[in-house]
Design a protein around this ligand. Structure first.
Ligand code: NZQ
Ligand code: ZN
Length: 401
């Protein structure tokens, strides 16, 4: 087991109807005036925004609203939020939404005290210093931003989607109310389940060997998500299944599943190859849902690299699908591993996720553009289990059509 530092400072407030508790939670942080950030309108339609503002009113916390964050959020709305936060002298940023809204809130929170342009942080031209506290009411279990030390923002002008990492902007409090996810469209539920599983896989397939405690947690969460996502596909208002997915999404990405698997204690575990490949797609095509892109990319990456670490892939096959090779031969190993990869993809497709990039209305002619920005983001080689060159990346993209 490699050395690690695990910091998950968020207070999780989890339960049925708990969205109404957000005002008290924010007040307990000492906040007097919040910037209330939300997305394209689902929280207005479902009545959640009204519940949140009533809860803030009851707790005596003032607020100013910033709506309209799109999926795969863009730096433009972050800049707008920073101006608003300064002008209104807010002392906390409250996100009501999913990864896109929470990441926008994080960027506003660390951009407000910085005198330069917030995009500097994403270009590594500035280091994050002071940061307003962040709270959230999560509406979609997927990105895990409610507990993660990551923030991912796109810049349409540059065709770039970039992340920054840091513990300082992990949310201070996250209200997780599974009932608010009953209104999710099946496509978003499915994309969320894929993203959750992928966050675990990125860490499971780090270059490190077996770490039994972490590996068992990882495979257990994946199995729980597979069962629960199958249940909500048939019964969207199954509370226990929704609750299972919601808590899984948090544990998948608060770094619990990486303990002992990172190459250095201060590094996140894993090479994040599938995320690196997918982010270029949703950078160039913001209409592609992150999890839907991953549903295609993750199995394609697995098929391309499994020979580099058979033991890890056998551990995955056994831990998630209870499959083992029938004997010690290469052929039996290959059969067990490819069965597990196929089974994972069959599960994604069973939820309504795409099987190929063509299913996402993407064309092979777009690959050159993705590679250009991938090189900008990652250099000539990236990844850990099997470092990928740009030619490897091309081969993986093309294999996914
Ligand atoms: O915008 P509204 O109208 O609210 O609709 C949203 C949006 O269209 C809808 N939705 C959310 N909750 C709902 C709901 N509709 C009905 N009922 C509800 N309860 O779902 C759509 C997707 O929302 P979004 O926030 O974009 O989803 P997600 O949480 O998957 O976030 C994706 C973003 O997070 C980034 C992705 O790259 C992408 O930009 N990621 C962030 C990470 C992090 N910060 O740690 C890690 C991830 O790997 C990921 O990269
Ligand atoms: Zn993700």
């Amino acid at each position: 087991m490699n050395d690690f530092v695990f910091q998950s400072p968020t207070r999780f407030v989890f339960g049925r109807g708990y969205a109404d508790r957000i005002g008290g939670e924010v007040a307990a942080l000492g906040a007097k005036r919040a910037l209330l950030v939300y997305g394209g309108g689902s929280v207005v339609r479902t009545g959640l925004l009204a519940r949140v503002t009533a809860s803030l009113d009851a707790a005596g916390v003032g607020y100013v609203e910033l709506g309209g964050v799109r999926p795969n959020p863009e730096v433009g709305i972050v800049r707008k939020g920073i101006e608003l936060a300064r002008h209104e002298h807010v002392d906390l940023v409250l996100a009501v939404g999913g990864g896109s809204v929470i990441d926008t809130s994080k960027a506003i929170a660390f951009g407000t005290s910085y005198q330069g342009d917030v995009w500097d942080f994403f270009m590594r031209k500035a280091t994050i210093g002071a940061c307003l506290p962040i709270a959230c009411v999560l509406t979609i279990p997927a990105a895990g931003s409610e507990a993660s030390g990551s923030c991912v923002i796109s810049n349409d002008e540059l065709d770039l989607k970039k992340g920054v990492n840091g513990d300082v902007f992990r949310p201070r409090v996250a209200v997780l109310d599974p009932e608010v996810t009953f209104t999710l469209p099946q496509y978003q539920t499915a994309a969320g389940a894929v993203d959750i599983i992928c966050h675990i896989c990125e860490r499971f397939f780090s270059g490190a060997g077996a770490v039994p405690v972490t590996d068992n947690i990882a495979c257990g969460i994946i199995r729980a998500v597979i069962d629960a996502a199958t249940t909500v596909t048939a019964t969207p208002d199954d509370y226990d299944a929704r609750a299972t997915i919601m808590w899984s999404g948090t544990l998948a990405h608060n770094d619990l599943c990486g303990c002992g698997r990172a190459s250095a204690p201060t590094k996140r575990a894993g090479g994040w190859e599938s995320h690196g490949l997918e982010h270029e797609i949703s950078a160039h095509r913001p209409e592609v849902t992150h999890g839907a892109g991953l549903a295609v990319i993750l199995p394609a990456w697995m098929r391309y690299v499994w020979r580099a670490d058979r033991e890890r892939f056998l551990a995955f096959a056994k831990g998630v699908f209870d499959v083992e090779p029938v004997d010690q031969t290469d052929e039996a190993t290959q059969d067990a591993i490819t069965y597990a990869i196929d089974e994972l993809q069959r599960f994604f497709v069973s939820l309504g996720m795409p099987r190929t990039l063509a299913d996402l209305d993407l064309a092979p002619a777009e690959v050159d553009g993705w590679l250009q920005t991938l090189r900008q983001n990652k250099g000539e080689r990236f990844g850990e289990l099997r470092p990928l060159t740009m030619e490897d990346a091309r081969a993986i993209y093309l294999s996914a059509f």
